[in-house]
Design a binder for this molecule. Structure first.
Ligand SMILES: Nc1ncnc2c1ncn2[C@@H]1O[C@H](COP(=O)(O)OP(=O)(O)OP(=O)(O)O)[C@@H](O)[C@H]1O
Ligand SMILES: [Mg+2]
Length: 243
């Protein structure tokens, strides 16, 4: 599980993330919601040990992100949207293998894991082709496979469906639900309210680096006496702008 405690990141004068705290349990999907620049990516990058906090900390399965980043990396799978960063000249299989090796997996473990992923993601046809000419959706599947080949127990997703069509988005969403079924702890960010409502057990609304609200979608709807998450979001963010 993930435990975030007063996590803070300043870039010079900007407090991108300002003392946020929340937990994510096994088998739970927590969605980060917030406007552009709210601090979602910065939070996820700190959890992924790609960025050092300037205050507070977080732990992943009791490994501290500051004291034990190597161990943390072994526990987490990362899928960030946009350019997924595969090696164009390598085949899909080689890309996944390379990442598995970086994570210290043995050859046989890697092969077994990749065989399973080829089945799960239906990648038989192109697993041994170079990824350079793959479509966005095909690349996303390779990125999905790479994110999970080392069998992490915590998954971090930053706008994983951004720029994908309906079919490719569904593949990613189904993958996120499969991760939940497999009892992983999941944090993800998205700008799609539909997606958030469909996937999340709980949401955390952040604004200017601070948590404005958190809870289940149902509880938040009851609290704000509205059935429309988008309206609630706009109201919350609007009330806190300029403050
Ligand atoms: N490397 C950096 N150097 C300076 N400022 C940064 C850096 N990374 C992020 N920021 C600033 O931190 C704040 C939070 O950015 P962040 O990318 O975390 O937002 P976000 O919630 O992911 O937004 P979006 O929805 O647009 O992806 C912004 O003001 C951004 O300009
Ligand atoms: Mg972002």
């Amino acid at each position: 599980m993930v435990n975030i405690i007063n996590l803070t990141k300043s870039f010079k004068t900007i407090k991108a993330v300002d003392s946020i705290s929340f937990k994510v349990n096994k088998g739970e999907i927590v969605g980060l919601l917030g406007e552009n620049g709210a601090g979602k990516t910065t939070t996820l990058r700190m959890l992924a040990t790609m960025l050092k906090p300037t205050g507070g900390t977080a732990s992943v399965n009791n490994y501290d992100i500051i004291k034990d980043p190597g161990r943390v990396r072994g526990e987490i799978g990362i899928l960030f949207g946009g350019e997924v960063g595969l090696y164009d000249r390598l085949t899909a299989r080689e890309n996944i293998k390379y990442f598995a090796e970086l994570n210290g997996m043995s050859k046989s473990e890697t092969e077994q894991s990749i065989d399973y992923l080829i089945e799960m993601l239906d990648m038989k046809e192109y697993i041994d082709r170079r990824v350079g000419k793959f479509s966005r959706g095909m690349k996303q599947k390779v990125a999905i496979a790479r994110s999970i080949v080392h069998r992490p127990t915590v998954m971090l997703f930053d706008e994983p469906t951004a720029g994908l069509d309906v079919t490719a988005s569904r593949i990613v969403q189904d993958f996120i639900l499969k991760c939940k079924e497999d009892n992983k702890a999941i944090v993800f960010s998205s700008h799609s309210m539909n997606e958030v409502e469909r996937l999340c057990d709980r949401i955390v609304i952040i604004h200017k680096g601070k948590i404005l609200e958190e809870g289940t979608v149902d509880n938040i709807k009851i609290k704000y006496k509205s059935d429309n998450m988008e309206d609630i979001f706009m109201q919350l963010v609007g009330d806190n702008n300029g403050k």
